[in-house]
Write a protein of this length. Structure first.
Length: 291
C-alpha cells in the first residue's frame, strides 16, 4: 500500500452521500457555493450543514455574518429521525468553536463515514477575521482520526502551534511539517500551496507506513494572480474525486489542475478579483469520475 491508496470504493452506479459542513456565502464563490456544484459534478449527493451565513466573503470591506450554531442540533436531529445515511463528512469553515462538537456528533452517528477535514482558519500567516484562537484550537481536535487533512501552511502552523514559516519550504522542511501534522492523529495529510518561486505551486501528500513517512509531490503551474476561493474549490474537488474512488494522489493531481483551469477562466469574468473562482466551465473534468 502507498500514500496513493484508495480511501473509498464506489460501487458502479452508486451515488455516495456527503455531508458538507461549511458556511453559505451569498456572493463570492466559496464554501458551500463551491462544494455543492463541485461535489455534485463528481457524482456525490451533497447534504449541506450550513455553519454560517455570509452576504459576501470576508475579503470584502463589508459583509453580514450570521452564526447558525443554535439551529444545528435540531437540524441534525431531523436527519436521524428520517434515517439519513452518510458515506462522507467533509468539513470546512466554521461559525463557532461549538460547531466542532456538532461535527464530532456526526462522527459518532456515522462511524463508517469518511472524514475529510479542511481546517479553514486563515491564509498568508493570519487567521480569518471571524476566527479566534479558541476556534482554531477546537478545529485542531478534528485532526485526530481524520482520513484526510488539507491545511495550507498558515493552518498547519495554527494546528501544530508552530511559527508560520512562509511559503517556501525545502523537501526536508516539508517532511518535518508532514510528520508534525501526522502526529496529530490524521491518517493522510495534504499540505498545499508551497511556493518555491520556481513558477510552480507544490502540494504534498503524506502518510505513514510502518512508522515511516511516505510522501507524494504534485506540481502545478503557478498563475500570476490570486483568486479568492481556490482553496475551497481544491478541497471540494479532492473530496469528490476520493468519493468517486480515485487514489488520493490522483485526486490531488486532478484537483490542482481543475483549480488552475478554473483560474484561467476566472480572469475573463467581470469583477474577477472579487467574485471568487469561476469553475463552471471546468466542471466537466469532474463529471467523468461519476460514469
Amino acid at each position: 500500500m502507498t500514500s496513493s491508496s484508495v480511501l473509498f470504493t464506489r460501487a458502479h452506479g452508486y451515488i455516495p452521500r456527503v455531508a458538507a459542513v461549511h458556511d453559505m456565502c451569498g456572493y463570492g464563490k466559496c464554501s458551500l457555493t463551491a462544494a455543492i456544484p463541485i461535489l455534485s459534478a463528481a457524482g456525490c449527493d451533497v447534504c449541506p450543514v450550513p455553519t454560517a451565513l455570509f452576504s459576501a466573503h470576508t475579503k470584502f470591506p463589508v459583509y453580514t455574518f450570521h452564526d447558525t450554531t443554535d439551529m444545528l442540533n435540531d437540524y441534525l436531529d431531523t436527519w436521524k429521525q428520517i434515517g439519513v445515511e452518510l458515506d462522507g463528512i467533509y468539513s470546512g469553515f466554521l461559525g463557532s468553536a461549538t460547531q466542532v462538537d456538532l461535527i464530532k456528533r456526526l462522527y459518532d452517528e456515522y462511524p463508517t463515514a469518511l472524514r475529510i477535514v479542511d481546517p479553514v482558519m486563515g491564509d498568508g500567516g493570519k487567521m480569518y477575521p471571524t476566527y479566534t484562537q479558541e476556534m482554531c484550537d477546537a478545529t485542531g481536535t478534528l485532526a485526530a482520526g481524520a482520513d484526510v487533512l488539507l491545511p495550507n501552511l498558515t493552518e498547519a502552523s495554527l494546528l501544530t502551534g508552530r511559527t508560520y514559516p512562509g511559503q517556501n519550504l525545502t523537501d526536508v522542511q516539508v517532511d518535518d511539517w508532514l510528520n508534525a501534522l501526522l502526529d496529530l492523529g490524521t491518517k493522510n495529510v495534504i499540505l498545499k500551496g508551497i511556493d518555491r518561486n520556481d513558477g510552480a505551486l507544490h502540494n504534498f501528500v503524506g502518510r505513514r507506513e510502518d512508522g515511516k513517512l511516505v510522501k507524494d509531490s504534485l506540481t502545478h503551474e503557478k498563475l500570476p494572480y490570486m483568486i479568492h476561493g481556490t482553496g475551497d474549490a481544491f478541497a471540494s474537488a479532492v473530496c469528490g474525486a476520493v468519493m468517486a474512488g480515485e487514489p488520493l494522489k490522483d485526486a490531488v493531481a486532478l484537483a490542482g489542475e481543475f483549480v488552475r483551469h478554473s483560474m484561467e477562466h476566472t480572469v475573463n469574468q467581470p469583477d474577477f478579483e472579487n467574485r471568487g473562482v469561476s469553475f463552471e466551465l471546468d466542471l466537466h473534468e469532474l463529471t467523468g469520475l461519476a460514469r
